[in-house]
Design a protein around this ligand. Structure first.
Ligand code: DOR
Ligand code: ZN
Length: 407
């Protein structure tokens, strides 16, 4: 195998949806995130929701201070003066029924605040302060539309709706009417998990296509309004929804480490998500939803939702995009196209949606012959119970990565 097939340099990726938490688990979650990603959108569902600009800026400062301490502690490698990678947390504020017009206006002036996160009440971890009905946050949504603040949506209904139908139900009962009421609002439908939802997002036209359709049909204002609306919905995809189905979760015993919200679905759903990701489709980008929970909280009678996928993301995406150098189908030209699509998924599609400048650093990825093994668990505190089980614990990894400042 040619050496060049074993080495890739990508623009530094973005994680458009991550949970870094607080307390003892934060440094561990942060270290794994900041080593790979130059930017990450940090979710606000802490025990006490991060619901105001002041709280978000404090949380951001905390993250930055911890990252500085971690990177200073790392032994400087002789051949690598660039061993403290850049990391910028982008903060999402927790939308509550008390979020005011003024708070949205204030948030829109802060470049480090990327948008507001909509949790339907009670549907996932720390969602007790979430929204009962979108009409209850009308003033905040109108302000978001006015100030062009993106709305990041956990798209699931709760209550008595069947757990496998919750995404579709939310689309029909909340997302569609919300999009109609706020046609200019930029929306990210987070961690899409079903074929139906993914097809819906994919059907949103790009600005260029919408304009084309508009001029072809020559229907004047009404059509151009429609095209404005259709451009504004994008979606994140997680690694675990690209890899797992409900058979993995439930088919051979209950596997609590595969339990997440939205719950993983059927194989046809997984295939649809994977197809959009692998196309580099412009309406989809990567948001890991890496969500660490202590081992005791996962392996419990009532286990909580979330997978800590962060340590294995790059290795798996290279495999899913068939960029892995050992793939027999991998001619150099095919590999180039696949790399372009991975770049769209991991770097540029989300930057376009969030109107972000390109990152400054790069990610160097190299394939080694010798495997390194993902630990069975990480220790994040002083007590024996402070253990965190990563996704694919015990599995071999062949790709190593390093952030660099020059390509
Ligand atoms: O699986 C999940 N875990 N889904 C979410 O929406 C939240 C997350 C968490 O915070 O643990
Ligand atoms: Zn999440």
């Amino acid at each position: 195998m040619e050496e060049s097939l074993r080495k890739i340099i990508l623009p530094a990726p973005n994680d458009f949806h991550v949970h870094l938490r607080e307390g003892a688990i934060l440094p561990l979650a942060l270290k794994h995130t900041a080593e790979v990603f130059e930017r990450a959108i940090v979710m606000p569902n802490l025990l006490k929701p991060v619901a105001t600009v002041a709280e978000a800026l404090l949380y951001k400062q905390n993250i930055e201070t911890i990252w500085q301490a971690i990177s200073e502690k790392k032994p400087a490698e002789a051949d690598s003066p660039e061993s403290s990678p850049l990391f910028s947390p982008l903060m999402a504020l927790y939308l509550t029924e008390n979020t005011s017009y003024e708070e949205v206006q204030k948030a829109a002036k802060e470049p480090a605040i990327i948008g507001f996160k909509y949790y339907p009440e009670g549907v996932t971890t720390n969602a007790a302060s979430g929204i009962r009905q979108y009409t209850r946050v009308a003033a905040a949504l109108a302000a978001m539309e006015e100030f062009d603040m993106p709305l990041l949506v956990h798209g699931e209904s709760g209550g008595s709706v069947d757990v496998f139908d919750r995404e579709q139900h939310f689309l029909d009962t909340t997302l569609l009417p919300l999009m109609q009421k706020y046609p200019k609002l930029r929306i990210t439908l987070e961690h899409v998990s079903s074929k139906k939802a993914a097809d819906f997002v994919a059907s949103m036209q790009s600005p260029a296509l919408a304009l084309q359709a508009c001029s072809q049909q020559n229907e004047g204002n009404q059509n151009s309004q429609n095209s404005q609306r259709t451009q504004r919905l994008k979606a994140t995809l997680t690694l675990h929804h690209l890899l797992l189905t409900r058979n993995d979760l439930l088919g051979t015993g209950i596997r609590p480490h595969f339990y997440c919200k939205p719950i993983v679905k059927r194989e046809e759903d997984r295939q649809a998500l994977l197809a959009y990701a692998r196309l580099g489709h412009e309406n989809f980008f990567f948001g890991s939803d890496s969500a660490p929970h202590p081992m005791y909280a996962k392996e419990a009678a009532v286990g909580c939702a979330g997978l800590f996928t962060m340590p294995v993301i790059i290795e798996n995406l290279l495999k899913l995009f068939e960029i892995d150098a050992d793939s027999p189908k991998n001619s150099l030209s095919k590999r180039k196209v696949r790399l372009q699509r991975l770049k769209a998924f991991l770097v540029t599609n989300g930057e376009a949606h969030y109107k972000l400048a390109p990152n400054k650093s790069f990610l160097l990825v190299e394939k080694h012959d010798r495997a390194e093994y993902i630990p069975n668990f990480y220790c994040f505190g002083k007590n024996e119970k402070d253990r965190l089980v990563p996704f694919q614990a015990g599995q071999p990894c062949y790709w190593r990565f390093k952030r660099i400042l020059h390509a």
